[in-house]
Design a protein around this ligand. Structure first.
Ligand code: IMP
Length: 462
């Protein structure tokens, strides 16, 4: 694919399959550098290779390519212990991570952030990884940054960091105990663990904005990788049911500390919709309370395939069963939390919102194969809200639960097994792709028809 710089952002509510798209582009598009610019270990990007799945949380999705420079930029919030766990997991599978760099300006997720998030994040349905509280402290200028822990020569600065951690930690412990009635954090134990972790990544810490600048001057091929999805953006998502970072192209600039207008700005769109956690989801199939009760599985597990009778009921209008069909066929369980994802039809209001937010000029349509064998497919065009037709997300997103999605129906298609070119798609599958392009106003540039690297089609665009 011809472009010297790419942006890859989620165009829905996260979990669109960004990891696979990044991995594919790195293989096929002369990418030398992958930059992760927002979010933290709340993200879960999965890459599937012949030897199994590689779930990534903090580390950019180019890490499996040793020749590619992977940068965790300043906009990312880093839990040092999760980072080391991820380095260990990758190391155990022969991925050395010698090609990883970490910003000295990135904020650190501290144990009190996770404790507060686990206690207060339920209303939003957060991942409890401490992401929101960490970004809050960044804004209130109480944050601890990687540069507080590691100095300019790559040494752990125990004196400075201990002073800062004790200062902030004492205040946080008062909050934990007095306001929330929780156990305080053992600050000395926290210090010990963080220092041990820091030894593992201190050599990777640098001013990544300067590094990016140098690599840009050398005309390297760049890919900026966004985490979460455009509808979870702190400003432009379904507030307050959002994450705490800027997911979009603007977040890319803020988070990386450089101004680059990526030539190809790809929104990753799953062929249907999913959402984890609470919040409006107008094209949802079934309701979340039922799903949480009925569709839980053991971590790594899946539901049994629907019986023929259940499939018939789903087609006849049983929304819970149709949602379950998508959840089962798409393995829709959180990489980070293991929660069952809410499933729904593809919502073009969401996709258009993402196109506008990041100036997208291409889409990567993923998991089209999951729709195989569903006789009638639906695409959401807008919402009917108290007699009014809405074609964009309202700021007052608390109105959305009262809105009825307006659907268009399309004929389904059979198996996509063995499809390697666009003209091999069943005609109805091609019609689905073309309709998505038409409604989004941008072409599909990547089409994924299965979970393996090889089951992806890179298209030249119309
Ligand atoms: P937080 O980012 O953990 O604060 O969670 C805020 C909201 O964003 C919750 O609804 C989460 O489920 C959702 N969220 C955060 N990260 C992801 C992601 O990577 N994929 C999908 N949803 C996410």
């Amino acid at each position: 694919m011809k472009a010297n710089s790419f942006l890859v952002v989620g165009a829905q509510f996260g979990d669109e399959g960004k990891g696979k798209v990044v991995d594919l582009l790195v293989e096929q598009a002369d990418i030398d550098v992958v930059v992760r610019y927002n979010g933290g270990a709340n993200a879960g990007h999965t890459i599937v290779l012949d030897d199994g799945k590689y779930p990534l949380h903090l580390i950019p999705s180019g890490i499996l390519h040793p020749e590619v420079c992977n940068i965790v930029a300043a906009g990312v919030v880093i839990d040092p212990l999760s980072l080391v766990e991820e380095l260990d997991n990758l190391g155990g599978r022969g991925v050395t991570c010698d090609n990883l760099w970490i910003s000295d300006r990135a904020h650190l997720v501290m144990p009190w952030h996770q404790r507060v998030d686990a206690h207060t994040g339920g209303k939003i349905g957060t991942t409890a990884r401490g992401i929101g509280p960490c970004y809050e402290d960044r804004a209130s200028r109480r944050g601890l940054r990687v540069g507080d822990l590691i100095d300019e020569s790559g040494q752990v600065d125990k004196d400075h960091f201990s002073t800062r951690l004790r200062e902030v930690g004492q205040e946080k412990n008062r909050l934990l105990t007095k306001l929330y009635g929780l156990e305080p954090v053992d600050l000395e134990e926290a210090l010990e663990k963080i220092f041990a972790a820091a030894e593992r990544f201190r050599s990777k810490v640098t001013d990544t904005a300067v590094l990016i600048d140098r690599l840009l001057a050398e005309k390297k091929g760049f890919l900026f990788e966004g985490a979460q999805g455009s509808l979870l953006d702190i400003d432009w998502g379904t507030y307050p049911f959002v994450t705490s970072s800027s997911v979009s192209l603007a977040g890319c600039h803020l988070g990386s500390g450089n101004f680059v207008l990526p030539e190809l700005r790809l929104g990753v769109v799953k062929a249907y919709g999913t959402r984890v956690g609470e919040g409006p989801f107008p094209a949802e199939l079934g309701d979340y309370a039922t799903i949480k009760k009925k569709d839980r599985v053991q971590p790594g597990g899946n539901l049994p395939e629907l019986t023929d009778q259940e499939k018939r009921a789903a087609n006849a209008g049983d929304d819970y069963l149709m949602g379950r069909w998508l959840r089962q066929a798409g393995h829709e369980y959180g990489t980070t939390t293991g929660r069952p994802r809410r499933c729904g039809w593809l919502d073009m209001v969401a996709v258009r919102h993402a196109v506008r937010l990041s100036g997208l000029n291409g889409l990567a349509l993923t998991k089209l194969d999951v729709l195989s064998h569903i006789p009638k497919l639906k695409i959401c065009l807008g919402y009917s809200c108290h007699g009014q037709r809405l074609e964009s997300f309202p700021a007052r997103s608390h109105r959305l639960p009262d809105c009825e999605p307006i659907f268009e129906e399309l004929d389904g298609f059979g198996s996509l097994d063995g499809v390697t070119r666009l003209d091999e798609l069943p005609p109805n599958a091609l019609a689905y792709v073309r309709r998505v392009e038409e409604l989004a106003g941008v072409p599909v540039r990547v089409l994924s028809v299965g979970q393996h690297r090889a089951q992806s089609l890179v298209l030249s665009g119309k």
